[in-house]
Ligand binder design. Structure first.
Ligand SMILES: [Zn+2]
Length: 309
């Protein structure tokens, strides 16, 4: 069974609190372990999760405000300390390359780990992974910011009873899957006749932004959406001014985009009671709703039910 889950390292925005570390998120998705937006303290938070630096395959940074990247120096040095045996890909806004260069070499260390540095320099940039496509979308924030989504292509699941009805077995099944059809006893059997669509899964990660097209594009049909809700509606004007979302806005995006599991995070230190985020979001979104806590694990929900092919 492949593992697909989000592990939350931290949930605070600008300033950490006694309960909340700076931002940081790990996504386990089959053979990829992606670290998103490591803020300060992410390395130590990771110690509590059972995931190690050597497990990391990729790092994605949305933008270079401190709470989203000041954990990079420690993480990058840790990759070398632990002698990570393969290159680790790193994505970040190309306009912040100077910040990345400084963070990467913030202090002296013995560098052995290899980073595959692949900056994002265009909206809709796509990176092909073994598990699907990682796509970056431009967000609305005072500095260059990209959100990310992971899209697994739809697959196909063979139906044994239909295969049996056509007398197809063994290597013929593989041939039918590969070619899309199989000629048998003077009749052509197509793949659609003996299979159903296995819907691909989607994960979306939307950090610091005001409402914009990119938010909706990323959230579209996400099985799991991680989205910032720095503020509550009472601070909606302030949120718009500084390029952030409210819990109500994030929930409306999720509802309109067909999101299944909604994870709210990146909370302003001004709010002491997290239930307020839940209550506000619940007014707009009826699916699975998580107001993230540090070190919480959230499963990607099971696949949507396949539709007949
Ligand atoms: Zn920011």
């Amino acid at each position: 069974m492949s593992m697909r889950e989000l592990v939350v390292l931290g949930t605070a925005s600008q300033a950490p609190t006694r309960q909340r570390n700076h931002n940081g998120y790990l996504l386990r998705w089959d053979d990829e372990v992606i670290l998103f937006d490591p803020g300060e303290g992410s390395q130590r938070q990771m110690l509590h999760t059972g995931i190690t630096a050597t497990d990391l395959t990729r790092i994605c940074v949305t933008h270079f405000h401190g709470d989203h990247c000041l954990g990079l120096p420690g993480m990058i040095q840790r990759l070398s300390l632990d002698r990570v045996p393969r290159p680790v890909a790193v994505h970040f806004p190309a306009g912040g390359a100077e910040y990345f260069a400084r963070l990467r070499h913030a202090s002296s260390f013995y560098e052995t780990a290899e980073l595959a540095v692949e900056p994002i320099d265009a909206d809709r940039q796509r990176i092909t992974l073994g598990i699907g496509t990682l796509e970056a979308r431009r967000l609305r924030h005072p500095i260059e910011t990209y959100g990310y989504r992971l899209v697994e292509p739809d697959g196909c699941r063979m139906l044994p009873e239909r295969l049996a009805a056509y007398g197809i077995a063994g290597p013929d099944t593989g041939r039918l899957l590969r070619d899309g059809h199989l000629d048998r006893d003077g009749r052509r059997v197509t793949r659609d006749e003996v299979s159903v669509v296995r819907p691909g899964q989607r994960f979306a990660f939307v950090m610091d932004t005001g409402l914009c097209d990119g938010v909706y594009a990323l959230a579209e049909h996400a099985d799991l959406l991680v989205i910032e809700s720095t503020f509550l509606e009472s601070e909606a004007a302030l949120a718009a001014e500084v390029g952030h979302l409210t819990a109500g806005q994030a929930a409306r995006v999720a509802a309109e985009s067909g999101v299944r599991t909604l994870v709210l995070t990146h909370f302003s230190q001004r709010y002491a009671d997290p239930r307020r985020f839940h209550d506000e979001a619940r007014e707009h979104f009826s699916g699975d709703l998580v107001v993230a806590e540090d070190l919480q694990t959230v499963q990607v929900p099971p696949r949507r039910v396949p539709s007949p092919g």
